[in-house]
Design a protein around this ligand. Structure first.
Ligand SMILES: *[C@@H]1O[C@H](CO)[C@@H](O)[C@H](O)[C@H]1NC(C)=O
Ligand SMILES: *[C@@H]1O[C@H](CO)[C@@H](O)[C@H](O)[C@H]1NC(C)=O
Ligand SMILES: *[C@@H]1O[C@H](CO)[C@@H](O)[C@H](O)[C@H]1NC(C)=O
Length: 513
């Protein structure tokens, strides 16, 4: 009897789970694709999940509640490709910063005014959350909101790309720009002097710009809404318990992290679904392999200039491989024999088909992660944001080449594809794939484990490094260096004085003789 009661109590405890709140005001679906599997996983594990976002789940599991933000613009899709192409110069990443900064303000403003947030604030005394999960990208606005909703509740942050330059310090990650490429500057581990200089400048400049522009802007909006005794979002940011980041060392590079930073790259990659019969047959029968082309929804067929499209088609005609191109139009004039076009394609299933030998991509992190997972070499044409970083990560591992948008023509496309079809590139991609897949725990399990750990320990304070709260002066030992410099200078002056005194005496002796 007591045994059954025990089991019953255990079941009750398990089905109760923790109460988890997600806050996602940034209206970019590509970011949300990294977050959503985590929430679905938490709900499946028996936790009660509530999410404020622009992207409600179409078939939510049990314990999963969406609070939808109705905003007029889901920005990312309305961005004009040509704007980014024209902007590409040495300074373009500075204009990107100000674009992100403005989005940060607009989304913070809109979120704080939204009905969704009014609902949460109204119920804040009824609902007690164990963990709050939010994005850390271009603003710390949500750290303020989390504090206003439920002060003291541990926060886990998510980054759908590499860590933004302004967030290393708060997790005590030793950020050395000599080999850690900064997301905006878009290099890889192997930098020459000028590249390291640019990387260094970008890291420090962006850090300072975030402090002087973004933080005060978020503080002003938060204090306007919740009162002037609200702490600064920068201080609240330092209290973040964990950072889940969409990267994995096998693709983005081995570097020192801290126990607060958990790599979950590839978490969005689900079990393979069955392909439709025709596509399966097309792939299976490709004895010379398949090249897959998709630039996501960013570069649409009709925005690709005529000469570039024709150049690609002519290059395809010269290949002995079959080609599949994600293409919006149903028909295409001059379509080569060996090309299949389709508006919608199951990318993950195609890339993992053993006959697929190359992937032409714009370098979005979702696609490059899938290429790493499936072991397919890439030809990357980065356009904006972290795509340069992702492209360079592929290049450094020699599982990809970069083809600049401006350079697209028949010969460059043909040459790039021929290169990545070589055995060396195929082997490197297979090796990256092995490490990408072989982890002590799969990404989703890892995310659930750590979320439960943070809930159980009410914030995981033992993970927190002293370094988070040190000034840069102390952290980099500048005070110690200063001490040595002063000491050395003092000794030098003392020695000089002594020498002077000695010489002052010598001539006197000489004279006295
Ligand atoms: C916030 O939005 C309102 C309109 O809803 C606008 O009047 C105000 O200027 C915005 N504030 C900021 C800081 O952008
Ligand atoms: C694609 O379709 C649009 C409209 O349906 C048309 O204007 C455009 O020319 C087509 N592009 C190509 C490459 O066929
Ligand atoms: C891939 O890994 C294997 C060991 O598993 C190694 O022998 C081989 O040299 C690696 N290939 C490349 C191209 O790095």
């Amino acid at each position: 009897m007591t045994k059954y009661l025990g089991i019953l109590l255990l079941l009750l405890a398990v089905s109760h789970g923790y109460k988890i709140l997600g806050l996602f005001p940034h209206p970019a679906i590509s970011h949300y694709q990294f977050f959503q599997p985590i929430f679905r996983g938490l709900a499946d594990a028996g936790h009660e999940v509530t999410i404020v976002s622009h992207f409600p789940d179409k078939s939510p599991p049990a314990h999963y509640r969406d609070i939808v933000m109705h905003s007029s613009n889901t920005l990312m899709n309305s961005v004009d490709l040509n704007w980014f192409i024209k902007q590409q110069s040495f300074y373009s990443h500075f204009s990107e910063f100000f674009l992100l900064y403005q989005w940060g303000i607009d989304h913070c403003n809109a979120t704080l005014k939204s009905k969704a947030i009014q609902t949460l604030l109204r119920d804040k005394h009824k609902e007690k959350y164990d963990v709050i999960i939010t994005e850390q990208f271009n603003s710390d606005c949500m750290m303020g909101l989390a504090h206003a909703l439920s002060p003291g509740t541990p926060v886990i942050a998510l980054s759908s790309c590499a860590i933004m330059p302004w967030y290393y310090d708060r997790y005590a990650v030793p950020m050395n720009p000599s080999y850690n490429p900064v997301v905006f500057f878009g290099q890889n581990e192997d930098m020459n002097f000028l590249e390291r200089l640019g990387n260094w400048i970008t890291y420090h400049a962006f850090n300072a710009m975030y402090k002087y522009y973004s933080t005060p802007a978020a503080d002003a909006l938060i204090r306007y809404k919740f009162g002037h005794d609200m702490p600064s979002t920068a201080d609240l940011g330092k209290e973040t318990s964990l950072l889940f980041v969409n990267q994995h060392y096998s693709l983005s590079g081995a570097r020192a992290l801290s126990p607060q930073v958990i790599e979950l790259g590839g978490i969005h990659i689900q079990k393979a679904k069955t392909l439709d019969v025709e596509l399966q047959r097309y792939l299976d029968s490709a004895d010379n392999g398949v090249v897959y082309i998709s630039w996501g929804s960013m570069i649409r067929a009709e925005t690709l200039p005529y000469e570039k499209r024709e150049g690609i088609l002519r290059a395809i005609r010269r290949l002995k491989q079959k080609v599949i191109w994600k293409f919006e139009n149903a028909t295409l004039t001059n379509k080569p024999e060996n090309l299949l076009i389709s508006k919608w394609l199951p990318q993950r299933e195609i890339l993992c088909h053993p006959n697929v030998k190359a992937f032409m991509t714009h370098g979005g992190l979702m696609g490059t992660s899938e290429a790493a997972y499936c072991g397919v070499p890439t030809v990357v044409t980065p356009i904006y944001g972290d795509q340069f970083l992702n492209a360079n990560a592929m290049k450094y591992r020699e599982m990809g080449v970069i083809l600049k948008f401006d350079d697209i023509n028949e010969n460059s496309v043909f040459r790039a594809l021929r290169t990545v079809l070589e055995k060396r590139y195929q082997d490197n991609a297979k090796n990256v794939s092995f490490s990408y897949r072989h982890r002590p725990k799969q990404a989703l399990e890892t995310a659930i484990w750590w979320t439960e750990y943070i809930a159980k320990t009410e914030g995981g304070s033992l993970l927190k490094s002293k370094a988070t709260h040190m000034s840069a002066f102390e952290f980099y030992c500048l005070d110690i260096y200063l001490f040595w410099v002063v000491l050395a200078l003092g000794l030098f002056l003392l020695a000089k004085l002594l020498v002077k005194k000695m010489f002052a005496r010598v001539p006197k002796k000489v004279k006295s003789h």
